[in-house]
Design a protein around this ligand. Structure first.
Ligand code: I3S
Length: 128
């Protein structure tokens, strides 16, 4: 059944940065994230490279640590304006709670698939 948000699931690597929190601008910090969409929630996991913890580096499974979760209910997504980033294929995701993220991937098909599944999820949540 398509009209059920639990059927919209996806996982993969994306490049992401938060750009604002509670409507306040924060400094960009681009990094790769294992990104999971499940049950209308998007979770960005920490970039394993960013950890300085030697024990975590040694144990790969310990590296899958959530960094940000975004409730897609009431969120918006669209292609970011050119001024937002010099990178190609940049999407801007705004949560209802007032957090803004840029998500990016050089391969068109990969970023397009994420764009589509996030749009579909937001629409389904709106209809509930
Ligand atoms: O929007 P900005 O400030 O031009 O974003 C760039 C900076 O965050 C830069 O880091 P510094 O904090 O050292 O200035 C990043 O390295 C760049 O990647 C950011 O711009 P892009 O265009 O890549 O989103």
């Amino acid at each position: 059944m398509l009209h059920n948000v639990s059927n919209l699931e996806k996982a993969g690597i994306l490049n992401k940065t938060k750009i604002s929190e509670n409507g306040k601008k924060v400094r960009k910090n681009w990094g790769h994230s294992w990104t999971v969409l499940h049950g209308g929630i998007l979770t960005f996991h920490k970039d394993p490279k960013s950890t300085s913890d030697l024990l975590s580096q040694q144990s790969r499974t310990n590296q899958i640590v959530p960094e940000y979760t975004v409730d897609l209910r009431g969120a918006t997504i669209g292609w970011a304006a050119k001024e937002k980033s010099s990178k190609k294929n940049v999407l801007e995701l705004k949560s209802r709670a007032g957090a803004e993220f840029l998500i990016q991937y050089d391969t068109d098909t990969i970023i397009n698939d994420w764009h589509k599944v996030i749009i579909d999820t937001i629409r389904l949540l709106d209809e509930e």
